[in-house]
Design a protein around this ligand. Structure first.
Ligand code: NAD
Ligand code: AHE
Ligand code: ZN
Length: 369
């Protein structure tokens, strides 16, 4: 079938809106009509060429909401008409990872996903007879996309897909990193570096956890207003200081924070986020994604003296099991998705969504098909 899609033909090139060919779902696969998709910084990161797994030409997009259009042989958990959120972190429930009880990372389709193909090693997308790569197993910048059954979370039909699509990445990631990865406890002092979709969602998570103090940090002060609305208590712009930001935060907090979250993807900031943690127990969670070849560093003494460095993918959330509850929380208003949606656009305008993100003018743009 034909599908309108925004194709990334090469790194740093504007996306081109073209009609691509989509093959029907094969065994264990599902064809989904994407109703809406958010644009996440990770899409921009891969488009920039910095992603070691970035392959071109490809169809980016991983924050979608859609409706099942067709199912392949052997698909049992989904049927035509079901509403779904695509998952870049699958949940097969059977692999070593899923059965470990220790992680949300799933091994079922991750290897082929990283190579831009379906589990059988081939692509369902082509343009002018040439195959296009899938992206993060989701490719939500195409009106029709094909995913493995294990990469789809079924959600209630009442939920508006043009809002709950944000639970496919940013909002869930920020909240989950606080609740699942850090397990922030009541009264804790938390520092959140970067107030985009991820950092703002981490503020919601910190409020849910009843953190005592939520320090919001960004070099773009226009982000502080929404951070305050969501519950941040302190606001820090590193540009206002002429000393390392970790020193500023340590002074503000009588020795450092209990938990910090890096929501930018800057390896120097990751160091600051670790080093602003309290001696003996402070934990820093890396959420931001850094480019090929970039590495983190700190004095090992920082860890010897009790600080802990962790990372979080999709907020430690098991999508098929847990996303329906996130959707319910969004429906009840406990997760205020509208606060994140600063712009709505048609697919044809998607390059503008990337520009707004780079200019720091948007939190999330939702693309409507
Ligand atoms: P965004 O562009 O919307 O927000 C980033 C924010 O960081 C902006 O407000 C920007 O002003 C701020 N910032 C930039 N440099 C800074 C600095 N030096 N100090 C303080 N603030 C600074 O991005 P986003 O969509 O919120 O994504 C944030 C990061 O999280 C990206 O690296 C993205 O790839 C990553 N991410 C990771 C996961 C995961 O599962 N681990 C999921 C989603 C996104
Ligand atoms: N491809 C990159 C890594 C990108 C990355 O870390 N992705 C996050 C999700 S970002 C969503 O916006 C993630 O979940 N990672 C775990 C995984 O399995 O991909 C690289 O460095 O190769
Ligand atoms: Zn994302």
């Amino acid at each position: 079938m034909k599908s309108r899609a925004a194709v990334a033909f090469g790194p740093n090139k504007p996306l081109e809106i073209v009609e691509v060919d989509v093959e029907p779902p094969r065994a264990g696969e599902v064809l989904v009509r994407i109703v809406a998709t958010g644009v996440c910084h990770t899409d921009a990161y891969t488009l920039s060429g910095a992603d070691p797994e970035g392959l071109f030409p490809t169809i980016l997009g991983h924050e979608g909401g859609g409706i099942v259009e067709a199912v392949g042989d052997g698909v049992t958990s989904l049927e035509v008409g079901d509403h779904v959120i695509p998952l870049y972190t699958a949940e097969c429930g059977e692999c070593k990872f899923c059965t470990s009880g220790k992680t949300n990372l799933c091994g079922a389709v991750r290897a082929t996903q990283g190579k831009g193909v379906m589990p059988d090693g081939t692509s369902r997308f082509s343009y002018n007879g040439q195959p296009l790569y899938h992206y993060m197993g989701t490719s939500t910048f195409s009106e029709y996309t094909v995913l493995p059954e294990v990469s789809l979370a079924k959600i209630p039909k009442e939920a508006p897909l043009d809002k709950v699509c944000l639970l496919g990445c940013g909002v869930t990631t920020g909240i989950g990193a606080v609740l699942n990865t850090a397990k922030v406890e009541e009264g804790a002092t938390v520092a959140i570096f970067g107030l985009g979709g991820i950092g703002l969602a981490a503020i919601i998570g910190a409020k849910m956890a009843k953190a005592g103090r939520i320090i919001a940090i960004d070099i773009n002060p226009s982000k502080f207003k929404i951070a305050e609305e969501l519950g941040a208590t302190d606001f820090v712009n590193p540009k206002d200081y002429d000393k390392p930001i970790q020193e500023v935060i340590i002074e503000m907090t009588d020795g450092g924070v209990d938990y910090s979250f890096e929501c930018v993807g800057n390896v120097n900031l990751m160091r600051s986020a670790l080093e602003c943690c309290h001696k003996g127990w402070g934990e820093s969670i890396i959420i931001g994604v850094a480019g090929a070849g970039e590495e983190i560093s700190t004095r090992p003494f920082q860890l010897v003296t009790g600080r802990v460095w962790k990372g979080s993918a999709f907020g430690g959330v098991k999508g098929r099991t847990e996303l329906p509850d996130y959707v319910r929380k969004a429906e009840s208003g406990e997760i205020p998705l509208d606060t994140f949606i600063t712009h709505n656009m048609k697919l044809e305008d998607i390059n503008e969504a990337f520009e707004l993100m780079h200019e720091g003018k948007s939190i999330r743009t939702v693309i409507h098909y």
